[in-house]
Design a protein around this ligand. Structure first.
Ligand code: FPP
Length: 235
């Protein structure tokens, strides 16, 4: 990592950062606003965070946008999140050449509306040539992902299954494991996110609510990452 004039630049040790974007609802409630407003501001901040991570040289960003468990939220809230995603996908398509981001959606897209699924497929296809990666976990659950990977391998008729076979059949097969997983909003758990991929990830938990996560906070996360000694089980 280099830091020149207070501007951080990462090196190849920090290729992949993942975020559990928690705290939108509380952010809104603190302001006497509906939870859906928190998601709107959270979605705006998500765009800023991705832009900033790319700016400082992080090539792969993964975010947890909607879990398999989030369908249990009130219908209006689920619809509001899906609407935000739909609007976001329109923007991605319009601004594709400006951002040069390759989008990958992680999760089971089969349960989404045809309209949303088609938008996702279009954005993934149109952006497939770019090399800065943004992975958006949507209708994602890590256990479901692992079970899905085993089904894929079983269909191929594999009798013996290696760790590499499993990694290669996950939704994240196109990228290395996250170097660091960040959770905003104060809770200290993974909530069914990237359980397999987190083998040697560093973890960073902060009380900052997602809509408030700033570039200064990200700089601090990066500095903390570089303070950690990654030993991968060795001495
Ligand atoms: C967790 O906060 C957040 C979510 C379940 C949804 C995250 C969604 C977005 C940031 C918008 C998605 C849109 C795009 C474009 C990716 P919470 O509601 O659980 O917050 P709380 O813990 O304070 O209730």
């Amino acid at each position: 990592m280099a830091e020149i004039d207070n501007k951080i630049k990462v090196d190849e040790r920090l290729r992949h950062i993942a975020f559990i974007m928690d705290g939108n609802g509380r952010w809104a409630q603190k302001r006497m606003m509906p939870r859906t407003y928190g998601h709107k501001v959270g979605a705006e901040n998500f765009r800023r965070v991705v832009e900033y991570c790319n700016e400082i040289g992080i090539k792969i960003v993964t975010v947890y946008a909607f879990s398999t468990e989030n369908w249990g939220r009130p219908r209006g809230e689920v619809e509001a999140i899906m609407d935000l995603l739909s609007g976001y996908l329109d923007k991605c398509e319009r601004e594709m050449e400006e951002h040069k981001i390759k989008y990958n959606f992680l999760g089971d897209m089969s349960v989404l509306t045809d309209e949303l699924r088609e938008k996702i497929e279009r954005v993934e296809k149109l952006s497939s040539g770019y090399d800065i990666n943004l992975n958006i976990a949507l209708n994602y659950g890590s256990r479901a992902e692992i079970a899905h990977a085993f089904s894929v391998l079983a269909k191929k008729g594999l009798k013996e299954i290696s760790e590499d076979d499993i990694s290669g059949a996950l939704y994240t097969s196109h990228c290395p494991d996250p170097d660091i997983i960040v959770r905003t909003g104060g809770d200290i758990r993974l909530s069914n996110f990237l359980l397999w991929q987190a083998q040697y990830s560093e973890f960073y938990f902060t009380d900052v609510l997602w809509p408030d996560l700033s570039s200064e906070n990200i700089d601090e996360i990066v500095r903390e990452f570089y303070r950690r000694k990654r030993k991968y089980g060795k001495v």
